[in-house]
Write a protein that binds this ligand. Structure first.
Ligand code: 3PG
Length: 307
């Protein structure tokens, strides 16, 4: 019997779970649910006999992979797959996929939610400021960056982007100014929105050299991964510049110090919320289920990461 495990420490909406389960069951498979779990042991037990797993930011490390005796495929319902030990999966011949773009709109909308809340002084009644006419720099122009650009244009912002993996032509076709270096982006833009993945190359790459160059009343918005920001450098910039703010969907390791020292200039969501909308849950969750079915029944490997 082909068992598909939905393992989500941060659950999908009830409706999404029910739709994923019926999709899996219509294909003749069995669906198993492990949500809001509190220990790795629960995950290890749940994976033991399943053929496929759907996860979100759940950590699928070597130990979990080793414990899964029948596992053929892991699908990360979302974009970033830094939570999965790809090498360990590849070693066991397990296919790993993501569902790119499926939750991009939700993340892009959160960027503006964070910005508006912050520049309107947390709706405290104190005088705030506006986005119109300001420069925003989009660091990485993938599915999310592209939507951020469109929304920013709607606000009347001047939109810039830097992405060494996307051609100038593709970026400029969206009405966005494409810059050749990260330095130029940070020097030009009061608002910077991060959309880079966490890789060995990008970890701690958002450092003092970039952040200190941002113009007056700088705001760094991070809905990507906390690891990409150099936390000590960030603290140094917040200390040196009373006009610098950091808004993040993933609280940094030093969040308590930052909140205590720079209360009005830092904002962290209580739990990573970028993709936590009914729509994003449904898009990414159903896409994951369909990818599993297509792989197991027809060998379709679209969106496989470890090809
Ligand atoms: C992603 O990489 O898709 C986002 O960070 C969403 O993560 P989540 O599914 O844990 O909310």
């Amino acid at each position: 019997m082909t068992k598909v495990l939905i393992a989500t420490e941060k659950p999908f909406s009830k409706e999404t779970v029910s739709n994923i389960s019926s999709c899996i069951e219509k294909a003749g498979f069995t669906s198993v649910l492990l949500e809001s779990y509190t220990s790795k042991a629960q995950l290890i037990q749940a994976v033991s006999d399943v053929s496929a797993i759907i996860v979100r930011s759940d950590v699928i490390d070597k130990e979990v992979i080793e414990a899964a005796q029948n596992l053929k495929i892991i699908v990360r319902a979302g974009a970033g797959y830094d939570n999965i030990d790809i090498a360990a999966a590849s070693n066991k011949g397990i296919v790993v996929m993501n569902t790119p773009g499926q939750n991009a709109n939700a993340v892009a909308e959160l960027v503006f939610g964070l910005m508006i809340y912050h520049i309107r002084t947390a709706f405290s009644g104190k005088t705030g400021s506006e986005l119109k006419g300001k420069n925003i720099g989009i660091h990485a122009f993938g599915s999310i960056g592209k939507i951020v650009a469109k929304i920013a244009q709607g606000f009347g912002m001047n939109v810039y982007a830097f992405d060494p993996y996307v051609s100038h032509d593709i970026i400029e076709a969206e009405g966005v100014v494409s810059l050749g270096t990260a330095q130029e982006l940070y020097t030009n833009c009061q608002f910077i929105s991060l959309h880079i993945p966490a890789t060995e190359k990008t970890k701690e790459s958002i450092n003092y050299s970039l952040l200190s160059k941002m113009p007056k009343n700088a705001v760094l918005i991070n809905t990507a991964r906390k690891e990409v920001v150099h936390e000590n450098d960030l603290q140094r910039v917040l200390e040196e510049r009373s006009d610098f703010s950091y808004l993040s969907d993933i609280a940094p390791g030093n969040q308590n110090i930052l909140k205590e020292k720079y209360a009005d200039r830092v904002l962290f969501t209580a739990k990573k919320s970028g993709a936590q909308t009914a729509e994003a849950n449904s898009n990414a969750g159903i896409a994951a289920a369909k990818q599993i079915i297509a792989f197991i029944t027809k060998g379709v490997t679209t969106y496989q990461i470890n090809k």
